[in-house]
Design a protein around this ligand. Structure first.
Ligand SMILES: C[S@@+](CC[C@H](N)C(=O)[O-])C[C@H]1O[C@@H](n2cnc3c(N)ncnc32)[C@H](O)[C@@H]1O
Length: 262
């Protein structure tokens, strides 16, 4: 197995394959009613997506009518991909390289919604980093604005030691790719492993494979809530997924929390 790499490096090694690991069209279609509700409930006109990856949510949010959308990510290659897409489509979305821990120094202005989606926050390993990130999100939020964080429901994953994600196939003219994602649970941290099989073109059609891994902190709900409280953010709403289900510790797939400066 290769050495476990820090969050940013892990995504650098994926070289644009991140988007192949999931069915974005289905994901965005499934998530749309959730975001439309949040945008309506909190009158969101401007939005910052931190840990935006290749910017797929950002483009979608602009299409849903958000006037100002900015995306940030620690990974230079993710941001370059997002910027190239924005330029090719004539989009005005700004994409900037920034970590959760320095985003308030790199981005100016304030947003109605600062979000951190797709379990990205779990890349932060220490409570101090988590607090600094949340303090930055708070600084970047308007007076009436909200912060939305979506992560895996680690309480459930840890209780069940749930290791595996469903495999994913992605077919390209160059051959098929198969993505297998699984966790190794340690005392405090979790290794996320990604095994990628790539089928060669005809006539051989044989398979090669490589693995990449990174370390995550499985933030339980009580620690996220404690950190929000410590930086002066109060919880407004909690959900168990983008299906708008209520958060159930031993059932929900996700933990989604919405907080404000109140
Ligand atoms: C699992 S991906 C999620 C991407 C996207 N938000 C989504 O929902 O599909 C995690 C993203 O967080 C970024 N990331 C990891 N550590 C970060 C950090 N410390 N600061 C900012 N972004 C980070 C990675 O580069 C990657 O793009």
């Amino acid at each position: 197995m290769p050495a476990v790499t820090p969050g940013g490096d892990f995504y650098e090694q994926l070289l644009g394959e991140y988007d192949q690991m999931m069915d974005w069209e289905s994901r965005l279609m499934r998530e749309t009613p959730f975001y439309q509700k949040i945008f309506a409930d909190y009158q969101v006109k401007s939005l910052l997506d931190t840990g935006c990856g290749t910017g797929r949510h950002c483009f979608h949010f602009a299409n849903l009518g958000i006037d100002t959308v900015v995306g940030t990510d620690i990974s230079g290659s993710m941001i370059e991909l997002a910027q190239a897409r924005a330029m090719a489509s004539g989009s005005e979305i700004a994409f900037e390289r920034a970590a959760f821990t320095d985003v308030a120094d790199k981005i100016s202005g304030a947003f109605d919604l600062v979000c951190c989606l797709g379990n990205s926050i779990s890349h932060l390993k220490t409570y101090d980093e988590l607090e600094l990130a949340l303090r930055n999100f708070r600084r970047l939020t308007t007076v009436k604005g909200v912060i939305l964080i979506q992560l895996l429901n680690w309480d459930l994953r840890l209780a069940r030691q749930e290791r595996f994600f469903p495999p994913r196939s992605h077919v390209t003219p160059a051959g098929e790719k198969l993505f297998f994602r699984f966790f190794d649970f340690h005392e405090e941290l979790v290794t996320m492993n990604l095994l990628i099989f790539q089928q060669c073109t005809a006539p051989l059609r044989n398979w090669t494979y490589r693995t990449v891994s990174t370390t995550l902190r499985p933030w339980r709900r009580d620690l996220i809530r404690m950190a929000l409280d410590d930086v002066g953010l109060s919880v407004l709403q909690e959900y168990g997924g983008t299906d708008l289900s209520p958060y159930q510790p031993l059932e929900s797939s996700d933990y989604i929390v919405i907080a404000h400066k109140g």
